[in-house]
Design a binder for this molecule. Structure first.
Ligand SMILES: [Zn+2]
Length: 473
């Protein structure tokens, strides 16, 4: 009874005019990044791309009340509550908070650097408009569990986090992954990390079919899901073995390599892959198997693009975020790629990967997206997610579809019914961008304010706070 009385008092406080938005109480540090914190906020005269797949709608009003979206529609027809803080944002676009489905909290590059980024990654994700992440493979699961806890308690700024256990693979030479050799071990590891708070596992390139099956069985018994960056197991085999999602699209599905042996990871056969007809029977069989079991695919075009000479165009924001050494390594990598541009097959492969993703969606598949801040180190947390927007447009998707892929589809895969779209009743995770995103994809970079639980975070201030930290912390 006492607890009930207390919650009534709290409810009364929250409803008091002038009270702050919903969400946890914030530390002084987190508060220092908040620029909009009112119980009721109306963003007026904005263009909305709502995440349902619909196209842009001009001159809209979005009302946020107590951390939720309470109204969205044409300026002329939405009633603005008398107690609202009204922000006229004509010339701006509002999209749902992005859901980054391959958004590690660590960083690697091709110079051998590997760093857990518990300070810079969460701030860069949030600043870029990514309000939810699935870490999709962890090299420091405890660091992620602690970070998630700190964010949920308002101690540090960052996105909502869906935590993974360690990478689960077969024998390889990489020390930071778990080498699973028996189904018994697989079950033990899954149960251990499920107890500690992992809600997803990521299987990696050397996993065997038998161990994958043990992992999915054990995980599903715990209500935990499994995704994979595969090689030894093809997509159709993985779907058969109960996998819940597949990462990276075409380049991680080696089932089309001629003569592929079961449980063996073959080299990429570029000639076969470049000739693959994405509307032909082989690709369509894969899509059919995935769609039948509701298995989504995560697009990670930004991490593939960085292998292409002179792509993406050098981005000063990326250089500024990097530590001095990491910046030098990245610039050297770019110069090396540019010097060997004539023989680089990456652009043709990227185009084929784009075709594959477009065909998957056309076949009824659920495509989500994430950055994967690894590879040669040029796709950073948040900035790489934004680059995915531009690349999915380049792939041939419409702006409304791309927003859906990057928000609602991720929320659906994560089972987050209250997130992912700009619709009445949803949690107010929103991104306010300067410019007309539908007309100009680069506007995805112009994040002004990122709302999480209805609180507006100052994107430039978050970015400023982590200058020079990528590669360090
Ligand atoms: Zn990854």
């Amino acid at each position: 009874m006492r607890a009930q009385g207390l919650s009534l008092v709290i409810a009364a406080l929250v409803a008091w005019p002038g009270a702050v938005a919903q969400g946890p109480p914030l530390s002084e540090l987190t508060k220092s990044f908040v620029s909009v914190d009112a119980q009721v906020v109306a963003l007026t005269h904005v263009t909305v791309i709502d995440g349902t797949g619909a196209g842009p709608k001009a001159d809209q009003t979005v009302v946020i009340s107590n951390g939720r979206i309470s109204a969205v529609g044409p300026f002329a027809s939405v009633n603005i509550p008398a107690n609202a803080t009204v922000l006229d944002r004509s010339g701006h676009t509002v999209i749902p908070g992005l859901v980054g489905m391959h958004d590690h909290t660590f960083y690697t590059n091709s110079a051998g650097r590997r760093a857990q980024l518990n300070t810079s990654a969460p701030r860069l994700y949030l600043a870029a408009g990514v309000t939810s992440i699935r870490t999709t493979g962890s090299i420091s699961p405890y660091a992620e569990i602690s970070l998630k806890d700190q964010i949920e308690k308002g101690k540090v700024p960052g996105p909502r986090m869906h935590i993974s256990g360690p990478y689960l693979t077969g024998p390889d030479d990489v020390v930071e992954r778990m080498h699973i050799t028996t189904p018994e071990q697989a079950r033990r590891v899954v149960n251990y990390w499920a107890d500690e708070g992992a809600t997803w596992f990521k299987v990696y390139t050397e996993i065997s079919r038998a161990n994958l099956r043990a992992i999915t069985d054990a995980a599903h018994k715990r209500g935990v899901k499994v995704t994979g960056h595969l090689c030894s197991v093809g997509y159709k085999e993985a779907v058969e073995a109960g996998i819940d999602a597949l990462e990276h699209g075409l380049m991680a599905n080696l089932e089309y390599v001629p003569g592929k042996q079961p449980d063996a990871c073959p080299a990429m056969d570029r000639a076969t892959y470049l000739a693959l007809d994405v509307n032909g029977p082989r690709a369509q069989e894969t899509f059919k198997a995935m769609v039948a079991k509701g298995v989504p695919m995560t697009s990670t075009l930004a991490v593939y693009e960085i292998s292409i000479p002179n792509r993406p165009p050098l981005d000063q924001r990326v250089l500024d975020a990097m530590s001095t050494d990491v910046r030098a390594e990245y610039v050297a990598t770019r110069e090396r790629l540019a010097a060997n541009a004539a023989n680089n097959p990456s652009l043709a492969m990227l185009k084929k990967a784009m075709e594959y993703e477009l065909a998957f969606v056309k076949a009824g598949g659920t495509l989500a997206a994430g950055v994967d801040p690894t590879g040669n180190g040029g796709a950073l947390p948040g900035y790489g997610d934004q680059r995915n927007y531009e690349l999915l447009i380049e792939a041939g998707f419409q702006p409304g579809q791309v927003v859906q892929i990057m928000s609602a589809n991720g929320a659906k895969v994560l089972g987050q019914k209250d997130l992912g779209t700009v619709q009445n009743g949803k949690i107010a995770d929103l991104v306010l961008l300067r410019g007309d995103l539908a007309a100009n994809p680069v506007a995805i970079r112009n994040v002004v304010t990122v709302f999480k639980d209805g609180r507006g975070f100052d994107a430039p201030k978050l970015i400023e706070s982590v200058k020079g930290l990528v590669g360090i912390r």
